[in-house]
Design a protein around this ligand. Structure first.
Ligand SMILES: [Zn+2]
Length: 205
């Protein structure tokens, strides 16, 4: 026996989700089709709605439904410090802690050549353009990445670009937390990470 062509397509589509293999995708697809068609319609609607409304902020790449995100438009934020994070979830974690009042830049991933993720995909050239723009007010960049190997490589690459721009750069390490789980981090851990930032520096003339 085999599933209908549309069921097979749905099973295949569900496998794009992280951590979902063939077996889980089959279980989810059959659950939606057999037992929860109304829920499936709601899911379909929510997904279409989010896809049509949610965009990356053109200035910091955070997910937003406005032309510019809330933090980029907030005049009360410190525009001299920019915190680079791997994901919107990390940004949310830092915001929850209340220990950072600057602005952000969201990479949405880390360098991973094997998966075709390079500087372009992470917006690193956009970051460089932002920092070299005539109206740039950023004097310090904080790389708030976890300590996975790919994150280290990403931090190194960004710092190499920033050295050329002579912008102060420091690493903020969340050694016990992987990207995506910072919203569960104790506010004290986040405060300590900022307090113990490691300057990566550049050669001052
Ligand atoms: Zn923004």
């Amino acid at each position: 026996m085999s599933y209908t062509p549309s069921t097979e397509s749905l099973i295949k589509a569900l496998q794009i989700l992280p951590g979902i293999g063939v077996r889980s995708a089959q279980r989810l697809a059959l659950h939606l089709l057999e037992r929860a068609p109304d829920d499936a319609k709601s899911l379909n609607h929510a997904l279409s709605d989010a896809l049509s409304k949610v965009k990356k902020c053109p200035s910091c790449r955070t997910l937003t439904e406005s032309p510019l995100c809330e933090i980029c438009t907030d005049e009360a934020r410190d525009s001299t410090v920019l915190c680079v994070v791997i994901s919107d979830a990390d940004k949310e974690g830092l915001e929850l802690s209340g220990h950072f009042n600057g602005r952000y830049f969201v990479l949405h991933g880390v360098l991973s050549p094997i998966d075709g993720i390079g500087p372009e995909q992470l917006g690193i050239w956009q970051l460089v353009d932002k920092l070299t723009a005539a109206d740039n007010s950023v004097t310090e960049v904080l790389l708030a990445l976890d300590d996975q190997m790919e994150s280290d490589a990403t931090a190194y690459f960004i710092n190499e670009q920033l050295k050329k721009l002579k912008i102060e750069c420091a690493r903020v390490r969340f050694s016990q937390f992987k990207s995506g789980t910072l919203d569960k981090a104790d506010s004290r851990i986040i405060a300590d990470a900022f307090a113990n930032k490691q300057s990566l520096g550049f050669e001052h003339d």
